[in-house]
Design a protein around this ligand. Sequence first.
Ligand code: ADP
Ligand code: MG
Length: 275
Amino acid sequence: MFRRRSTRRGAAPPEPPRHLVELRRVVKDYVTDAGPFRALRGVSLDVDPGEFIAVVGKSGCGKSTLMNMLTGIDRPTDGEVWVAGSDIRHMGEGRMAEWRGRTVGVIFQFFQLLPTLTVVENVMLPMDFAGLWSPRERLDRAMALLEQVDMADQAHKLPLSTSGGQQQRVAIARALANDPPIIVADEPTGNLDSATAESIFELFHGLVDGGKTVIMVSHDHDLAARTRRIVHMVDGQVLDGALAAPGLEPAPGLEPAPGLEPAPGLPPVPTPAHT
Ligand code: ADP
Ligand code: MG
């Protein structure tokens, strides 16, 4: 019997990615006591190198779930997740950990530093895991990163003896340890006062200026509005990927603003005469 190709799911090899990050119709179901819960409902998103993206949306709309897809911390139920040329859905755990260590730096709301290691040891840890650089170079590199986030003078303290803002600076240095191209941050300023949040946000801006791609969940709309692009999430879906900054091209598929080119084949709208 003749069957249409599209009905044989998974038969055709996937298209290679054209963006640094490509999510294709990503679905994520959680198993709960009340039955399956669909946290992501077919999310597609493209991210190019050097972008600075804020992901915004109400609590529970799926922002952290989306971040966990990008970092390989969790796996999609369906759909494709392409990051830096790899389809990470089918990677084994060992390879995933190695891949993550070199490709994405992850920053969380509650810093998640290891409390029994000093600040500089925390920053060296990803290098130790990835086996990058010699032990001596790791120390030098960690100190240089702490310098970059203005924490070198606290290098030998334990994290909990520093402030929240300082711990987040250390977490940023740790995320940069293996020089990953992508930084993913889940509400990195959510636990900080506004002045400290501002200084952390400035650090992210500096990373983008230095060539990193930053994807940041934020519930702070003022900070989000100052990134180059805002992605709105509602109920497990990306509502739009509208560009926030003026002077950039609108995303393909968005309506042109009224008063621009008439659609081909349509007569121009007459300008009302002033009386
Ligand atoms: P956000 O980060 O936008 O606040 P999350 O991605 O954390 O949202 O959660 C999205 C939805 O999925 C929420 O309704 C949440 O309760 C649910 N959820 C998240 N993680 C799990 C889990 N491990 N098991 C079951 N439900 C979950
Ligand atoms: Mg969250």
